[in-house]
Design a protein around this ligand. Structure first.
Ligand SMILES: Cc1cc2nc3c(=O)[nH]c(=O)nc-3n(C[C@H](O)[C@H](O)[C@H](O)COP(=O)(O)OP(=O)(O)OC[C@H]3O[C@@H](n4cnc5c(N)ncnc54)[C@H](O)[C@@H]3O)c2cc1C
Ligand SMILES: O=C(O)CCC(=O)C(=O)O
Length: 317
């Protein structure tokens, strides 16, 4: 926003910043899950725009500082999935079905896909993004917002990216927590990601650590590490890569995904004291907050631009 709307003043208000957000612990892999009532065309656009944007970073000199890199690996399934060629398969690199010979490594799985996607190591990526925002003239304020209407006294446009916070901030009862626990381990010998198609077990190698996951616990608000979950994660991941049994655990982490049947990128107008104020919502990314980040942000930016043009038809934005 700060880069694209260079004539506007842009402020991020948030209660928590990196390293204390949900995005900080995310494995950061680009791998879409489908939203049932959003057109595939729109989801394709969200993913492609995100992939293209992050690919440019991965191929730039900033890649190591930003923690953005190409990541090759496998998604394996216990049963052949109904959709063997998902909509995003044309955008990742080298998508193909694994051979029987390759599948011998995974005797409990019947089917697999091999491809190269992108991973953002969020511990590096988020501070890098914050610096990029500040360099573009963006302002940052730490503040808990209790009511969107109170912001209309200070800002002309509000973009709501509060994730799970939208439950109270936008009064949206459709958004709910999906608890996820992961482990960060030292396993520099693991070079390819491996993901079980059920989405519950995954191994994602990175620059400073490998992420082992995970859990997908609906409506579970617990933020404490569950030792039973950690043991189960190590057990499941070690079945895929036995040497992980010995990997040194660097950190155990829990986050609450902002779960919603359909991601919400939408604008509305808030009526406040006789005038209306543009609010653009961009939340409910579930397990796809990194995967669809730039695509949904570009959509939100388009809604901000349209709204500003309606408000100020002659302004150059
Ligand atoms: C274990 C785990 C692994 C994951 N792995 C991946 C992955 O590999 N790839 C992927 O794409 N996604 C992954 N995700 C999902 C991803 O983390 C989320 O989709 C993403 O973090 C959502 O981002 P967000 O900015 O919407 O929410 P958040 O990161 O939660 O940020 C919300 C922000 O809003 C602020 N806020 C909320 N309410 C208020 C308020 N009232 N006032 C002020 N500020 C407020 C918060 O302080 C915070 O700064 C994973 C999630 C988990 C839990
Ligand atoms: O689903 C994956 O494989 C990546 C991790 C993730 O997105 C999640 O746990 O939400």
């Amino acid at each position: 926003m700060a880069e694209a709307l260079s004539l506007c003043s842009v402020t991020i208000l948030a209660e928590k910043f990196s390293p204390d957000t949900t995005s900080d612990g995310a494995a950061g892999i680009l791998l879409p899950k489908e939203f049932p009532d959003v057109s595939l065309e729109r989801q394709r656009c969200w993913f492609k725009n995100t992939f293209d944007h992050l690919l440019a970073i991965a191929e730039s000199p900033s890649a190591p500082e930003a923690g953005v890199f190409l990541s090759p690996g496998y998604q394996i399934f216990r049963e052949v999935p109904s959709d063997t060629k998902p909509y995003w398969s044309n955008y990742v690199f080298g998508f193909r079905t694994m051979t029987d010979y390759e599948m011998k490594r995974f005797p409990n799985h019947k089917f697999g896909q091999s491809f190269t996607t992108i991973k953002c190591e969020c511990q590096r990526y988020l501070p890098w993004l914050e610096k990029r925002f500040r360099d573009a003239g963006g302002q940052i304020k730490q503040e808990k917002v209790t009511n969107l209407k109170q912001l209309t006294h200070y800002y002309d446009v509000i973009v709501n990216c509060s994730g799970l916070g939208s439950r109270s901030l936008a009064g949206d009862q459709d958004i709910h927590p999906v608890r996820g626990q992961i482990l960060k381990v030292h396993a520099p010998w693991v070079k390819n990601f491996i993901r079980d198609g059920d989405g519950k077990t995954y191994i994602y190698p990175g620059i400073s650590y490998t992420t082992l996951g995970g859990t997908w616990q609906m409506d579970d608000w617990r933020l404490e590490v569950d030792k039973g979950d950690s043991e189960s994660i190590v057990e499941r991941c070690s079945q895929l890569v036995p040497s992980l049994h010995r990997a040194q655990v660097l950190e155990e982490w829990v986050g609450l995904r902002p779960g919603r049947r359909n991601l919400r990128v939408e604008s509305e107008r808030l009526q406040v004291e006789g005038h209306d104020v543009l609010v653009v919502h961009n939340y409910g990314h579930g397990g796809c907050g990194i995967t669809l980040s730039w695509g949904t942000a570009l959509d939100a930016l388009g809604l901000v631009r349209n709204g500003l043009h309606e408000q100020l038809p002659h302004a150059r934005l």
